[in-house]
Each structure stands twice: as structure tokens, then as C-alpha cells.
Design a protein around this ligand. Sequence first.
Ligand SMILES: CC(C)(COP(=O)(O)OP(=O)(O)OC[C@H]1O[C@@H](n2cnc3c(N)ncnc32)[C@H](O)[C@@H]1OP(=O)(O)O)[C@@H](O)C(=O)NCCC(=O)NCCS
Length: 332
Amino acid sequence: MSKITAAITAVGAYVPEDILTNKMLEEMVDTNDEWITTRTGIKERHILKDPNKGTSYLAIQAAKDILRKTNLDPKEIDLVIMATATPDMPVASTGVHVATQIGATNAFSYDLQAACSSFLYGMSTAAAYIEAGRYKKVLLIGADKMSSIIDYTDRTTCIIFGDGAGAVLMEPNTEGLGLQDEILKSDSIGRESLKIEAGGSLMPPTEETVARKLHFVQQDGKTVFKFAVSNMAGVSEQIMKRNDLSNEDVNWLVAHQANKRIIDATANRMGLNDEDKVLMNIQRYGNTTSATLPLLLSDYEKNFKKGDNLIFASFGGGFTWGAAYLKWAYNS
Ligand SMILES: CC(C)(COP(=O)(O)OP(=O)(O)OC[C@H]1O[C@@H](n2cnc3c(N)ncnc32)[C@H](O)[C@@H]1OP(=O)(O)O)[C@@H](O)C(=O)NCCC(=O)NCCS
């Protein structure tokens, strides 16, 4: 019997309609389009403005996009993994609500949180279930309503993040396509450099935590930048070496969209001279945390050919980071 690998067999996405441009941010904080563009590569981001809608709304739209494209009966889905750093509520699980809302009534579901690496870690989890033969149809969704945890008076964070969702269906493959290898890492050296300090068990909400804005993202941008460049580039280079992949062999770099300079540094370290291989949509969405990787897959899906070699790379708060090598499984 041939070995079972876990392949991505469909992709879906959703971003909310409202757009927050650099020009609009100029009216809100002391910043300018030129600074944001040269330091980050971001021009605009999508924002879910409706205060009555949370991350589940974004996730449901992305999942429905897959159901529409594939005509898949949601009752066939075995498991829904909801990768997110901004669940609707701390308890109950957002994924459970998403699964029920899309009609995946035979599936079980849970949330997976690893900041901006949530989707990559989720891909590993989904693949492990499939390779073991436990489940056949795993829906992995990456979604974040980052606008719900951003202080729009803080120019060091509000220029970076946006809202969005992407989803992939993962299924068994016997042609050797799908996930080939991964290197996943974490280190709490980054615990203080990128965090939401209050609202958890260590510092439950009080009037004071609200007044001190401790429920918003705080980051030491310089430190995060330094670790992101060395760690994300490091594992990307390592996974190529370990799999005897030259820069010619790599067809696409699917890197977390946190900062164009971090992505460029990773591509350089991998020797990817052809910039067409480096997927980039940060200019339109900003950093959507768990959604960046599936949003790239959705935007570039038509360019991928069956058998193409994709290298995924991510870096996030915690710190969490990693790289994965995946062979694309279909032509669209
Ligand atoms: C946040 C980030 C864009 C800042 O870029 P940078 O080149 O490191 O800029 P610095 O923080 O050194 O700031 C340079 C100057 O610009 C100022 N500045 C900061 N934000 C600004 C803004 N939005 N507009 C204008 N000026 C700004 C700073 O106050 C500083 O001024 P000073 O020199 O007078 O002190 C960059 O550090 C970064 O992308 N870090 C990683 C963040 C990230 O990816 N987080 C998510 C990880 S998944």
C-alpha cells in the first residue's frame, strides 16, 4: 500500500469590505503613507467594522467559499481546526460555532492558538491526523479580527494589522503530494516582546487594566523584527537543505505577511532571485495573523501547478515560528 500524505485539495478566503488606507491612518495618528510603505510594504488593510461580528463571521465566509467552489457536502467534514489569536470569546470555542454554522454537523472542532504561526501549526496537526488514517477531510481555517485587539491611537501597531480569513481542505493523497516536511519551533524569549498583557488568567480584566489599555497588542517592534528575520529565514533555509532543494527547485515561497522587509530577507537567504516566486499581498491586507498564509494561497491559487514545490514560512508572538515543504496537489 502506498504511503498516505496530507494534501491541500481546495482553498477559500474572505476579507471584509471596509478598507483602512494609509491616508486614513494619517488622520488618526502621527504617521504618513511614505513611512508605512517603506518600513512595512503595507498600503491598506480590510477591517470588519460591524461590532456585532467576531472572528467566526470571517471564518464562516472563508469556509463557505470552499464549500461553494467544491460542492462539498459539509456533513462529510471530519474535523474543523480553527487557527486564531482572536477567538469570539475565551470560552466557548470559536471553531465549534463555525463548524455548526456551516453545517459540518458530523465534525468535531477546536481552536488552535500560536499567534501568527497558528495556521502553520494547524497544517501540521491536520496532516498528522490524515497521515495516521484517523480522519479524511480536515477543514483548516485561519481567521483573525485583529481590529478587535488593536489600539488605534498607537501608531506602532495600528498601521500593521488587518482582518481576514482563509481556509484549506486537507485530504489523504497516495501520489506523494501534499506535506513533505516541516520544522516547527517556539521560544518564550519572545513572551514580553509581543503580547496582550491582560484578560488572561495571569491578569484578569479590571477597570485598571482597561484604563491602562492592557487588552490591546503591545510590541517591541525592533526586537520582533530582529527575531523574525533570523528565525524565519533560518528554518526556511534549513528545510531546503534537509530536502536537497535548490533555489531552482522551489516554485513558491508562501511566507507570513508581517513586513515586506522580513519576507525579502527570507527570500534572499533562500537564494530566491526570481521575485515572482515570492508570494506577496501584504500591500492590500497588512498582517492578518492566522489568515496570511491561506489568503496567499487563495490569491495565487491559479498560478500553482500540480507537483509545484511550496515552502511555507511563519513567525509570530510567543515566539513561534516554522517552515513547511508542501507539494501542490492540483491544477485549478
Ligand atoms: C514596527 C516596525 C514596522 C517599525 O519599523 P522600524 O524600522 O523598526 O522603526 P523603529 O521602531 O526603529 O522606529 C523608527 C522611528 O519611527 C517612529 N515611528 C514608529 N511608528 C511610526 C509610524 N507609524 N509612523 C511614523 N513614524 C513611526 C519611531 O517612533 C522612531 O522614531 P525615533 O527614531 O524618533 O525614535 C518594524 O519594527 C517591524 O515591522 N517589526 C516587526 C513587527 C511585526 O512583524 N509584528 C508581528 C510579528 S508576527
